[in-house]
Design a protein around this ligand. Sequence first.
Ligand code: CMP
Length: 244
Amino acid sequence: MLPSSLEQDTERKADLLKNVPLFAGLDAVEIQALAEVAMVRHVPSDAIILLAEEEGDTLFVIVGGRVKVTVMSEDGREVILSILKDGDIFGEMSLLDGKPRSASVISTAETELILLRRPDFLSRLSRFPEMASKMLATLAERLRRTNRQVESLALLDVYGRIAGTLLQLADDQGENSDQGLTIAERPIHQEIANMAGTTRETVSRVLNDLERRGYLARDGRSIIIQGPDRLRDDFFHLGTPVIK
Ligand code: CMP
């Protein structure tokens, strides 16, 4: 007998869940149990998935696509805290502390998500120490990044902030080639501006200048950083000097 569409659906969800780093320590039976309660959702680009300040009891896993985590000022200015992609999770903060959503999450490409409800997620988290420590590592990494971003916004000039944003993007999604470190599908200038705390016009001007001075090259939506060390040394001076 052919499996019913419900069974096919659960099988597909189990396949997707298996490949999520957070669930890598779960055995097949657990993955299957999680697949039975998980929901899949497709969203187009520019969809608001989570709204800051709303109550929420769902954890989201990105199966494919890309989202931005943002906070918005009253006059509509947006600060991008992070860009998340395949395998990343979001929505864990409200799940863990029961408070409203700390930020909004908006898709920047067509995105496929797996949704898990609070009790389904928390029961696994308490039973699987490996999952809990992965979760803590994710939170620690986010805090490190956010610290770097705060430091950068407070201490660097606009060249430093834009250089830092490019180096962070390269760290997340860059690929090495003979020409340098390529960020394929870079965010649009407005998004780079919202990550670096500046305006779209300034991003265009600084990128043109950095290109003219041989720090980077552009090819459609790609940015190729020619010598990331040079970009870092010349513009991105962060961190307290170590006293020896
Ligand atoms: P939650 O507060 O439930 O909803 C918004 C989500 O955005 C939050 O959980 C985290 O998953 C994510 N988030 C909030 N702040 C950051 C940040 N600084 N870096 C990356 N992700 C974040």
